[in-house]
Design a protein around this ligand. Structure first.
Ligand code: GTP
Ligand code: MG
Length: 429
């Protein structure tokens, strides 16, 4: 019998019994609280919105502190994600808070890819958690959870409508994270315009099928307040860390020549509503929804992509072992196929190289033969030339000897004639 069936039978067949005295398991909720307080809590907020919309100021105002957030540069080639983590303490409760910023969002001329790095970042955090879950030795109890629990989407207070960048980004994010849309710098928009702007934004979100986070109404202790607050979305907020004395109290406010905007005055803006909903009432629900809804969807898609299913084609529970075996065989088959392909490719390449080498060898032989013949021809020509030169030299030598002979004969006869003439002359005198 499957483990799930056994568990169902155990709970279905449970009998109600009354206790005859105090046992003590009514302290379970306290034990849970103590354990949670001891472990501390973590909460990760993603701020998405165009540069300079007051994201850092709002975070400082919400948590009553000063996070080190330098203004972002406006000349980035793309959007990049910057995450800062802090530890905050309130009474005995420790909160590990991470504030993640989409730096450079909306700064580019082509904004088509703006959402990509945000989606990638969210998926990377889900993947890290999934990898931890799939480990043999898991340490989930002290795992630093970096999954995004809420995305505060800052809308520019234009008073007109949502920009396409806002709609595209929120649509891409809505299945991955709890989105709370907020109208930033709401002090720059009049009361009447603000009401119309809120209605316009909500109708645009609905008509484009963008799912934003709804404050839960299933828990009766918060159902009423959450129900009311759902109707106030998107919250129109003002941020300021500057404190001004109003009456005899110091209040966070923004001062203008024509008056003062009090951040925590509900007639001036929805800052208190946001703080109430985000931190004081629904922080745990946001964490839970992240795990139970968004992470679960990521996990399901990822495992299905890897070939895991709950049931086989016959609707029978799918065994992990069988899936593993099937995947392993599939993988081995593919590996063998790849090996065979590579082997054939190798043989083909060797053959190609061999024929190339043979061709080159033949060319070399031909060239050698040609050169050899050329050399023999040249040699023969030179030998012929040498022979004719030798003949010429011999003929020349013969001519030279004959000429010398003639010359000596001529000289001999010349001297005899001179002697004869000398004799005749002497005789004459
Ligand atoms: P980057 O990090 O550079 O994207 O900016 P940011 O969105 O963090 O804005 P930041 O908080 O640095 O504020 C930018 C400017 O807007 C500062 O001069 C703030 O004083 C001002 N500012 C912040 N919140 C508000 C607001 O609610 N209303 C008005 N009018 N100005 C605000
Ligand atoms: Mg900032």
């Amino acid at each position: 019998m499957a483990a799930a069936d056994v568990a169902r039978q155990m709970t279905e067949g449970a009998r109600n019994l009354s206790l005859s005295g105090h046992v003590g398991f009514d302290s379970m909720p306290d034990q849970l609280v103590n354990k949670s307080v001891c472990q501390g809590f973590c909460f990760n907020i993603l701020c998405v919105g165009e540069t300079g919309l007051g994201k850092s100021t709002l975070m400082d105002t919400l948590f009553n502190t000063r996070f080190e957030g330098d203004p972002a540069a406006h000349n980035q080639p793309g959007v990049h994600i910057k995450s800062n983590s802090y530890e905050l303490q309130e009474s005995s409760v420790c909160l590990k808070l991470s504030i993640i910023n989409s730096v450079g969002f909306g700064d580019q001329i082509n904004k088509e890819e703006s959402y990509k790095s945000i989606v990638e970042f969210i998926d990377t955090q889900f993947e890290a958690y999934l990898q931890e879950e799939l480990k043999i030795k898991r340490t989930l109890h002290n795992y630093h959870d970096s999954r995004i629990h809420v995305c505060l989407y800052f809308i520019a207070p234009t008073g007109h409508s949502l920009k396409s960048l806002d709609l595209v980004t929120m649509k891409k994010l809505d299945s991955k994270v709890n989105i709370i849309p907020i109208i930033a710098k709401a002090d720059s928009i009049s009361k009447n315009e603000l009401q119309k702007f809120k209605i316009k934004i909500m109708s645009e979100l609905v008509s484009n099928g963008v799912q934003i986070y709804q404050f839960p109404t299933d828990d009766e202790t918060v159902a009423e307040i959450n129900g009311t607050m759902n109707a106030h979305l998107p919250f129109a907020v003002v941020g300021s860390t500057e404190e001004i004395k109003i009456g005899n109290k110091m209040m966070k406010a923004r001062q203008y020549p024509w008056g003062t905007v009090q951040v925590e005055n509900e007639n001036h803006c929805d800052f208190v509503k946001l703080r109430e909903m985000l931190i004081r009432v629904n922080m745990e629900d946001l964490r839970e929804q992240t795990h139970a809804r968004h992470y679960e969807l990521y996990r399901r898609c990822k495992l299905e992509e890897m070939g895991f299913k709950d049931t086989d084609p016959d609707n029978k529970p799918f065994s992990l072992q069988e899936t593993y075996e099937a995947k392993r065989n599939e993988f081995l088959g593919e590996l063998q196929k790849k090996e065979e392909e590579m082997r054939q490719m190798f043989v083909m390449r060797v053959k190609e190289k061999e024929s190339e080498l043979k061709e080159a060898e033949k060319e070399l032989h031909d060239k050698f033969d040609r050169l050899k013949k050329l050399h023999q021809d040249e040699k023969k020509k030179l030998e012929d030339k040498k022979k004719s030169l030798d003949d010429e030299i011999n003929a020349f030598k013969q001519r030279k000897t004959a000429a010398e002979l003639l010359q000596s004969q001529a000289q001999q006869s010349g001297s005899q004639q001179t002697l004869k003439r000398e004799k005749e002359r002497k005789n004459f005198f």
